[in-house]
Ligand binder design. Structure first.
Ligand code: APR
Length: 246
């Protein structure tokens, strides 16, 4: 796969690289993306019908079980070469910011030190009333969702649902990185969900070079914008090797 030499040069000389990832980066780890048809038991539901405060109010057990199913998928998944390439990129550039919409924790498992988790993390559970993280709860009780040991309210996954606010500090850090980076990579995201979808434009308006890596784009170089149609698990390692041949 040939990568635009100008893009490789920008990467080699970048002072600050910011990367936004979406579900496409985890697709090659076997985790279905949001826009893929839901599989099996969950085929009858759209994420919007499950990942929302209304859905949780209406049917907390169903929502809890959907996340338990996804948590199981994530546990069985392993980081793919795209995740690993981003962990290596962090070690190669002076300043690196990883911003992810993914809640699967695969970036951390690949070695990325501090991804900004815009939409939370499925591996964490919070009290639906207090909002605080809960590490342990009474598993002897069959009731699902389990209840907060402190206040008795239902527990919920620590993820941002449709209609909920993103964590303010995470969003501010992501915005700051988009405004101060000199190269912004948008990888494996359909760019349908705000405010993450605005970050590439913020970067470009601040003068950064932007590369969009996705399967539903046409490869083109219109500096400072590059679009590359390729699976992230192939393109990211290729980009790293082009910039820093082993
Ligand atoms: N390599 C690169 N891109 C890929 C790959 C791959 N191997 N496989 C799929 N893609 C692309 C798809 O073309 C699509 O554009 O990844 C994108 C996945 O898009 P979505 O399923 O919409 O996922 P995402 O963009 O992360 O969704 C954003 O929406 O559902 C909410 O909160 C949820 O964080 C999620 C947010």
């Amino acid at each position: 796969m040939e990568i635009e030499s100008r893009l490789v040069e920008v990467l080699q000389h970048a002072r600050h690289v910011a990367v936004l990832t979406g579900a496409g980066v985890s697709a090659e780890s076997g985790i279905p993306t949001f826009r893929d048809a839901q599989t099996g038991l969950w085929a009858q539901f759209s994420p919007e019908e499950l990942a929302s405060p209304g859905a949780f109010r209406r049917n907390p057990r169903l929502v809890w079980e959907w996340y338990a199913w996804r948590r199981e998928l994530v546990t069985q998944a392993t980081p793919n070469p795209g995740h690993l390439a981003l962990a290596e990129l962090e070690r190669r550039v002076p300043r690196f910011t990883l911003i992810t919409q993914n809640v699967d924790g695969l970036h951390q498992r690949a070695g990325s030190s501090a991804p900004i988790e815009l939409h939370g993390n499925i591996g964490r559970v919070t009290c639906s009333e207090e909002g605080t993280v809960v590490d342990r709860w009474d598993t002897s009780d069959e009731e699902l969702p389990p209840r907060c040991p402190r206040c008795g309210a239902y527990l919920r996954p620590d993820v941002v649902w449709f209609g909920e606010q993103l964590p303010e500090a995470a969003l501010a850090a992501a915005w700051d990185a988009a405004q101060s980076c000199d190269l912004f990579l948008s990888v494996g995201t359909s760019g349908q969900v705000e405010p993450a979808a605005t970050l590439p434009r913020v970067a470009m308006q601040a003068g950064a070079t932007v590369a969009v890596i996705n399967l539903d784009v046409t490869t083109a170089a219109r500096p400072p914008l590059y679009t590359i149609n390729a699976p992230s698990g192939v393109l990211l390692p290729t980009l790293l090797r082009a910039a820093w041949p082993v």
